[in-house]
Design a protein around this ligand. Sequence first.
Ligand code: SF4
Length: 357
Amino acid sequence: MTETPLLSIRDLKTYFYTYEGVVKALEATSFDIWKGETFGLIGETGCGKSVTALSVMQLIPQPPGRIMSGSILFNGVDLLKEPEKTLQQLRGCAISMIFQEPMTALNPVYNIGRQIAEVILLHKDLTEVPQKNTRNPITHRRIQRARKKRAFEKAIEALDMVKISDPKKVARQYPHELSGGMRQRAMIAMMLACDPDLLIADEPTTALDVTVQAQILDLMKELQHRKGTAIWLITHNLGVIAEMCDRVGVMYAGYIVEIGKTEKIFENPDHPYTRGLLRSIPLIMEERQRLEIIPGSVPNLITPPEGCRFHPRCKYQMDICKTCAPPLVEVEPDHCVACHRFADVKYSVVGEEEKHG
Ligand code: SF4
């Protein structure tokens, strides 16, 4: 790993102002993603995984959403302080995002090749095409046509890279003509066409059947290996995380509650919520009578519980848990937990190093 994180999120707080009340979706979320690594974010539905990614991309609908505070450093630049124009240049180029259902992300009225070519035209220097400024409208149109043609050829190359058979034909097809797996491949081709530094994949395989899931994951790994892209994988599929990720963060009700190396988290989780999550999945290698469940459900984030948001569901709760939110503390190198049971561990508070000097 390099010394400076590619993405560094600190104390990110995102709220949604609805008619029912203020939804406190993210509270003081802090974590890093390093160049070239695969980082997984897990947690139950509604715990804030997608809101974190959308906050980074600044795609939170405003209103009702609002990023209240915090910082999002990407390559050392605070995205929350950058103008929209800079963010537009970053999106799709330095940071790309794959959504769960490609059918809703692709434009139904343009063919696949044109949609990928558009991204290339926006973000890539097509240096092989003459760029000369001209006032002659005929020459200008000719140059534009040459640029579009070259971008379309590059779109076909991108489709070939994600192993779509007959990429020339697929480039001329529309999203509704492709299967779910092919649409997701086309999305990946579009996202990788500009060699992003960070690829955010929000439930990229949830809508696909198991064999296609495996192919898409292999493809992402292979492309990461080839291009050195960091992947931020958001999913509730723990099997996918175990197979793909170097490090994993566990989210609960807007907080990161545990973060560390994947083997460590899976073999010996410390936070009661992480333990509950991992014990609720069946292991085919072990004989087990009954799967454990986490009692209760994710709290309503308009009126979340005081203190540790997990306390109403936690069998280890203490008095302090009901009034005071536990900080994320480093319990061993590269392993942090937010739980009062680890309060007397000699720690550094993640996300508050600056305040402690
Ligand atoms: Fe349970 Fe308290 Fe730890 Fe929260 S802080 S997980 S309630 S023991």
